[in-house]
Every structure is written in structure tokens, then in C-alpha cells.
Design a protein around this ligand. Structure first.
Ligand SMILES: [Zn+2]
Length: 67
């Protein structure tokens, strides 16, 4: 798992992956993340829907600058 990510965090792909992230429901290993990204998804409740809204928010904010 760590080798397939080249030793880097699966989200930012910049920082060293130090935190093995498990699915809270199944206990399956989801990937290896850096400290910042692991705490970021934890802050968003490990909730894909919430994180998708965060993405829409960021992209919408960026898109609104052309007016
Ligand atoms: Zn990261």
C-alpha cells in the first residue's frame, strides 16, 4: 500500500504518508495519509457527502471570480 503511493500521502501527494487510515465501519485499510490530510478528513466527519460539498464550495468560489 505504501509502496503503491510511493511513500507519499494519498491525498496531497506531497507529504510523507505516516498515518494508516482505516475505514471506521469495516476496519479495512483505506490508504496511507499524512498527518494534515488525515486530520482534515476527520474534521469533515469522514463524510464523503460533506467533503463533496466542500469541493463544490471551493470550485464554486473559484468559478465566481469571473464576473
Ligand atoms: Zn497529505
Amino acid at each position: 500500500m505504501i509502496a503503491s503511493q510511493d511513500g507519499l500521502c494519498a491525498i496531497c501527494m506531497a507529504a510523507p504518508a505516516i498515518h494508516v487510515d482505516h475505514c471506521h465501519e469495516t476496519g479495512r485499510v483505506r490508504g496511507v495519509l499524512c498527518f494534515n490530510c488525515h486530520s482534515a478528513i476527520g474534521t469533515l466527519g469522514d463524510d464523503p457527502d460533506r467533503i463533496r460539498r466542500a469541493i463544490s464550495y471551493l470550485e464554486g468560489t473559484r468559478g465566481s471570480h469571473h464576473s
